[in-house]
Design a binder for this molecule. Sequence first.
Ligand SMILES: Nc1ncnc2c1ncn2[C@@H]1O[C@H](COP(=O)(O)OP(=O)(O)OP(=O)(O)O)[C@@H](O)[C@H]1O
Length: 259
Amino acid sequence: MAQRIDVKDLNIFYGEFKAVADVEMSVEPRSVTAFIGPSGCGKSTFLRTLNRMHEVIPGAHVQGSVAMDGVDLYGSDIDPVAVRRQVGMVFQRPNPFPTMSIAENVLAGIKLNNKRISKSDADDVVEQSLRHANLWNEVKDRLNRPGSGLSGGQQQRLCIARAIAVKPQVLLMDEPCSALDPISTLAIEDLIAELKSDYTIVIVTHNMQQAARVSDRTAFFNLAATGEPGRLVEIDETSTIFSSPRVQATEDYISGRFG
Ligand SMILES: Nc1ncnc2c1ncn2[C@@H]1O[C@H](COP(=O)(O)OP(=O)(O)OP(=O)(O)O)[C@@H](O)[C@H]1O
């Protein structure tokens, strides 16, 4: 299921403004890659180019290529909607559909894809996805109650269950724990470690300890100056980035000297 990602010579724009310049990187299947860097350096912008969500903003576009298992997502014959189905996304704030039950939330992506599914298959998808998201035991007796009635951490795990229910190949997470308390954060981090055996995961985080705990590789992005595009400064094994980065700016950032 998991896929390899190869980004080549990627430049990302909002209209005329180049927000991120010249990104080259590869992400191995079944691994967790963390994006770190100061505010405004383009981590979220870059993340959204990995499932063609960036271009939903009017004027936003990219130059370069993002290949998944060798297929360029920006090829002329590629349907962006199909890409978004293949590459799931979890956002900063848990966003279950408020009028839907827990079970309906899990199935929402499948229904949006107009897939017909029998009641017993739907029940299986709900159970498997919730089990995979470490939420099943907490909600199995209230699957028909609203998703919005769960705690923040449970809602985020519900959103992860919803994202994996459609069996994506890649999972993108944009600061998935920033609205959560420390216990819920640890539950999501444990879940990320488990999901890595099936998915390629990319996570944006402001939390250095989190990057160190959950990721195999870490990419540091930075801005040379305000108004300049953000750039990938270096990407390496997480242990290397946190113990002996090659670039001084990375060292300064992770040791809290700026950002
Ligand atoms: N919708 C938009 N329209 C125009 N410019 C945008 C838009 N979204 C982001 N930008 C700009 O793109 C640049 C990168 O922003 P982005 O949000 O990707 O950074 P980030 O590293 O994720 O920041 P943070 O850590 O604060 O979330 C910034 O200069 C930002 O102002």
